[in-house]
Design a binder for this molecule. Structure first.
Ligand code: E4P
Length: 227
């Protein structure tokens, strides 16, 4: 499963990329607004941290297909080939996705709350569709189940479109979708950290450290002892 950071905080992106096998960063206008900085400057900084190979997802702002396409071209020319342009899964968005996909620009149908939105974005040629698990849960439906249903529909109809599962509130939701074979997930830094936040793991690691100190001077590693 591709794993993306759903955040634009530069120090958090640096920290997480250093520690985890991260495939890129996803943003939306609300995420960029949280930085309080010029969005173009932030996106360029994220690209420089990611390097040319990892993916950055950036969203178009206008509400008409023609202007969405204009934003998409500007984003790709700013951020390079490994850019996935997010467009809302609404009628004008489907129209823009159809044009962009014929131009070879990678797109993500975002703001997906229903399987039919995902179906239409996929049929329009989107490389990804992004359903919002936690927001669907908050509407009184089962977000994980909706994503599984979308995956079944994409498979049944033979679309190459990947699901970029988004809007998680906990690691269990991510695990359920990972086990179902969902191809990509984007998570806030706190959710990524929660994958391995567990007292049993910390306890086991500390026990190994304490036991080793019984047979070697404190703070010494294998390399120290061997050299
Ligand atoms: C990603 O594509 C979405 O924009 C994002 O995950 C939404 O997350 P939120 O519901 O936490 O705002």
């Amino acid at each position: 499963m591709e794993l993306y950071i759903d955040d634009a905080n530069i120090s958090e992106i640096r920290r997480l990329i250093d520690l985890y096998p991260i495939d890129g960063v996803t943003t939306n206008p609300s995420i960029l607004a949280k930085t309080g900085e010029n969005p173009v400057k932030v996106l360029k900084e994220i690209r420089s941290i990611l390097g040319p190979e990892k993916y950055i997802f950036a969203q178009t702002i206008p509400m008409t297909a023609a202007d969405m396409i204009r934003d998409a071209h500007a984003l790709v020319s700013l951020l390079g080939e490994k850019t996935v342009v997010k467009l809302p899964s609404i009628p004008e968005g489907f129209k823009a996705i159809r044009t962009l996909s014929t131009e070879g620009i990678l797109t993500c149908g975002t703001v997906v709350y229903t399987p039919m939105q995902a179906y239409l974005a996929a049929k329009s040629g989107a490389a990804y569709v992004a359903p919002y698990i936690n927001r669907i849960d908050n509407m009184g439906f089962d977000g994980v189940h909706v994503v599984q249903q979308i995956q079944d529909i994409l498979t049944l109809h033979g679309f190459n479109t990947k699901i970029l599962a988004a809007s998680f509130k906990n690691s269990q939701q991510v695990l359920s979708l990972c086990a179902y074979g969902i191809e990509a997930a984007t998570c806030a830094p706190s959710v990524i950290d929660s994958f391995v936040k567990n007292a049993a793991i910390d306890g086991a690691v500390n026990d190994f450290l304490k036991d080793f100190e019984k047979i070697a001077p404190s703070g010494q590693s294998m390399a120290d002892l061997i050299s």
